[in-house]
Design a protein around this ligand. Structure first.
Ligand code: SF4
Length: 356
């Protein structure tokens, strides 16, 4: 039976188990709730890149840091359709569209995104979006357009969040997840390890996700890819063992969720990834880039799947919903804590100097 009242102490105890025992337990849970040789391939498409007003310390898309990413305005419907067809042809069953926005605004660009959602759904891919903070009305409009999932990561523990981001609060993340839950759109929420957090922060993040009722259907686990120019550029890459341990604990406390091996796969060899599938990872992102960071070649992924006897999961066709959408919601106030994070300020000052 699925346990939904995890305590932090129980999760700490899991995290501290001998690794092989932990993986065995996770693999047992995985076989109870998921097909044993199936992994979903998702494609992540950046539909609007860079120029983001937020200060997420890990993100090269934040306008305030100096990184060499290529910025792009919102893609056209034609570009998105072409990318979706390519993704489907190469074996993906889900397309996740990401825009570097703080929050969704009720403007022409949102109308265009709604058209994109509808088009990708018609193509027969599960459609996911990650567009920043979202109101209930906006969530309903996305559901009506055929959105299957909304991604909104909580990133890390509530306590450590303040060390990484100062332009929004943890409660905003949870509020957006709650707004998505008011529709039939599924929730995708996870985090990043390797940002300088303690192992207890990792467990605390899983605790927050595990006590959501219902738990998120999808949980991405990212390993930080340190990017030059961001405040976390000097962070050490997490070890394979830490990644495997994190996947295994996630699988046990969120037994029904799809656990997604996300950013950081380029620094893992195929043996490490195989260990992660054993420990309960059931999805990967395909494509040569994950928004802006490198990702393994799909041909290598497919040959690894063949070697391991893994089958890519088929897409689920989403029916459009029919929510009544209110004309006006009034102005939503998302928080803006604005506290000082030394390394974020330093990265910003460095970027300013380089510009002069
Ligand atoms: S993670 Fe998202 S919200 Fe944060 S800076 Fe990057 S694009 Fe903006």
């Amino acid at each position: 039976m699925q346990k939904t009242d995890w305590t932090k102490e129980e999760i700490y105890a899991l995290y501290e188990k001998p690794l092989l025992e932990l993986v065995y337990e996770a693999a047992t849970v995985h076989r109870e709730f998921h097909p044993k040789n199936e992994v979903q391939i998702s494609t992540l498409l950046s539909i609007k890149t860079g120029g983001c007003p937020e200060d997420c310390g890990y993100c090269p898309q934040a306008a305030r840091y100096h990184t060499d990413i290529e910025k792009n305005d919102l893609m056209t419907l034609h570009q998105v359709k072409a990318a979706a067809l390519r993704a489907k042809e190469s074996g993906s069953s889900r397309l996740c569209m990401g825009a570097a926005w703080r929050n969704v605004r009720d403007n022409e660009e949102f109308e265009q995104v709604l058209d994109m959602v509808s088009t990708v759904n018609e193509i027969g891919l599960e459609v996911c979006c990650t567009l920043g903070m979202l109101t209930e009305n906006q969530a309903k409009r996305l559901a009506n357009a055929g959105l299957y999932a909304y991604n909104h990561n909580i990133d890390t523990s509530e306590e450590y969040y303040k060390e990484v981001i100062s332009t929004r609060g943890y409660e905003d993340r949870l509020k957006t997840i709650d707004n998505v839950r008011k529709t039939g759109v599924t929730v995708c929420s996870g985090g990043i390890i390797g940002m300088g957090e303690s192992w207890k922060d990792r467990c605390d993040m899983l605790h927050t996700l595990s006590i959501l009722n219902p738990q998120p259907e999808s949980v991405p686990i990212n390993a930080l890819v340190p990017v030059e120019g961001t405040p976390l550029e000097e962070q050490q890459v997490v070890s394979s063992w830490e990644m495997i341990r994190m996947v295994a604990v996630t699988r046990i406390v969120l037994p029904k969720s799809v656990v997604r091996l996300s950013a950081g796969r380029t620094s893992m060899n195929q043996e490490t990834q195989a260990f992660c599938y054993m420990a309960g990872a059931s999805s990967i992102f395909a494509g040569d880039k994950l928004l802006t960071t490198p990702n393994p070649d799909i041909k290598d992924d497919l040959s690894m799947f063949k070697e391991l006897g893994i089958e890519p999961k088929q897409a689920y066709k989403k029916q459009k919903e029919n929510h009544e959408v209110e004309g006006k919601e009034g102005k939503i106030k998302w928080s803006r804590p604005g506290h000082k994070i030394e390394r974020n300020v330093r990265a910003q000052e460095k970027a300013k100097k380089e510009k002069v």
